[in-house]
Design a protein around this ligand. Sequence first.
Ligand code: DP6
Length: 323
Amino acid sequence: MTTARAHTNIALVKYWGKRDRQLMLPQTDSLSLTLNEFYATTKVEFDPSLTADQITIDGQAVSGKGQAKITAFLDIVRQLSGKNDFAYVQSTNHVPMAAGLASSASAFAALATAAAGAAGLQLSRRELSRLARRGSGSATRSIYGGLVEWHRGTDDLSSFAEPIMEQVDFPIEMLAILVNTKKKKVSSRSGMQSSVETSPYYPAWRQVVVDDMKAMKKAIADRDIPTIGHIAEENAMRMHALTLSSDPAYTYFDAETLTAIRLVHELRDSGINAYYTMDAGPNVKVIYDRHDRQAILDKLSPVFGRERLVVSQPGPGVTIIDD
Ligand code: DP6
C-alpha cells in the first residue's frame, strides 16, 4: 500500500492541445507554478481478491467514465509492473472550500506516484512525470514543486517535466478568485481537441508558445514578477482566443470572470502590478508580488467576498506519505 500527495499547478504558459491522444503528447511545451493550497492525497493498494478496481474520491464511489479513466491508467501501471491485480484507490482532495479547483493535475500526479509505489515499481521523478502524463497532461508538471517546464518531446520517452526553480526564491504569489465552482460544460480534453482541429489560429498559437516559453524563462531568471505576470496574462488570453475561434465556438468566461478581469486592470491603473490567468473554467487567478497582497484583497473582497478569495504560495512536488 502506498499513499502519495501531489499539489495542483497553474500554467503560466498553457498547454492546449495534443498531437497524440493515446500517448498524451502535447502540441507545445508549457510552464507552470505548483501551488501550496490545493492538493490531492491518494492511497493505492493492489489486492488479488478484487474483481475490479474499487475507487473512491472524497468518500464517494466512482463509477462510469471516471472509473474507466482511472482503470485505464492503472492498466498502464499493471503493464509496466507485471502486477495483474485490481486495486483499491482512495483519494481526497484538499481545497480550502468545496471549490472547483480540485484538478486532474494533482489527482493524476498523486495516483501515478501511489500506484507505482504500490505496484513495487522504482521510478525516478522523470519516469513518474512521464507516467502521470498518461493520466492527464497537466499532471506531468505536478510531480515537481515551484516553477516547472514540460518539454513536449517527440515521443513517450522525451515528453516529461523538469523543474526550473523548485524552491521559488522570490515573492511571487497567486490568488484564486472562486467565480463559479460548478463543473465545467466543456472539459479541457474535448475543448483542446476541438481547438486543434477547428481553430484557424492554432498554427499561430504554436508560435506564441515558442516565443512565450523563451521570454518566460528569462523573466523567471530575472525574478521579474511584472514581466512574468504580463506574459502569463497575454498567453492565457491567446489560449482563450482558441476557444472562441473553434467551430462550434465556446468560452469558459462567465459574467463574473469579466468583473474580475476589470478589477485587475483597475489595480494596475492604480500602480499595483497584478495580472490574471484562467484555465478551462471561469475562475480567475491573480499573479502578483506578495507585498501587494493586502492591496489586492482590499480591492477584490468587497466585490467577491473574502471567502471566495484563496491566497496561495508556491508549493512542493509530489511526496510519499507514511501511513
Ligand atoms: C487550461 O491537463 O486537464 O489547464 O491532458 O486532457 O487531461 P488532459 O487536459 P488537462 O488540461 C489542462 C489545460 C489547462 C492548461 C494547462 O494546465 O497547461
